[in-house]
Ligand binder design. Structure first.
Ligand SMILES: CC(C)(COP(=O)(O)OP(=O)(O)OC[C@H]1O[C@@H](n2cnc3c(N)ncnc32)[C@H](O)[C@@H]1OP(=O)(O)O)[C@@H](O)C(=O)NCCC(=O)NCCS
Length: 169
């Protein structure tokens, strides 16, 4: 059985381990550690199995900037599941629980840069046709947004900016 819960102080090493193993490099683990000390670190959840951290998801603060003003949203990622535990629904559990907590925290817009066949099952759609673009140029189907409240997207357009720590990844 897997438990999804917010990260605790002594989860840091386990979260590093999951990110390093899932991505097979240190960049995402370093990013999570860098963000943890910033104001952008909003929701961090772990999946636990037999007292071992086997999955992790982070939602960090993004700013959606337009001439008319700036709206706060959250960016999903990085997300990681230990290779031996992938394809068992842990990633899906982390996303669903995470999106619930995003809404509970008052954030109605979540963006993600990621697999175009995976995230739509959680309600994400390409953001560019809705007037929300990432600050970097990527194929349209890779940058997606989900709105968590009826009013969420109605008046929000602009350029999405992540915390500068993402620039190094
Ligand atoms: C992406 C990831 C977190 C998904 O976790 P998971 O626990 O395996 O996810 P789930 O079990 O909920 O879902 C598995 C589904 O995701 C799909 N999936 C996984 N990686 C995928 C990819 N790169 N492209 C498209 N689909 C992918 C699987 O094919 C599977 O599809 P199915 O349900 O139709 O069989 C995990 O594969 C992982 O850690 N990957 C390496 C790190 C990464 O790429 N993170 C995401 C970018 S930040």
């Amino acid at each position: 059985m897997f438990v999804i819960r917010p990260e605790k102080d002594d989860d840091k090493a386990g979260i590093r381990h999951v990110n390093e193993k899932a991505f097979n490099r240190r960049n995402e683990a370093d990013l999570v550690d860098a963000l943890r000390d910033s104001e952008a670190f909003i929701i961090s959840l772990v999946a636990v199995h037999d007292d071992q951290i086997v999955g992790h998801i982070l939602f960090s603060l993004v700013r959606i900037e337009a001439e008319t003003g700036t709206t706060d949203g959250l960016g999903l990622g990085p997300m990681a599941v230990l290779p031996a535990y992938q394809n068992q629904g842990i990633g899906s559990m982390l996303i669903k629980k995470g999106l619930e907590l995003c809404q509970d925290s008052g954030f109605n817009i979540v963006v993600v840069l990621g697999h175009p066949t995976y995230y739509p099952r959680f309600g994400f759609v390409p953001s560019k046709p809705l007037g929300i673009q990432w600050e970097h140029d990527v194929p349209e189907e890779l940058f997606m947004v989900v709105t968590l409240a009826d009013t969420g997207l109605a008046s929000v357009t602009g350029i999405v900016k992540y915390h500068p720590a993402f620039n190094g990844v």
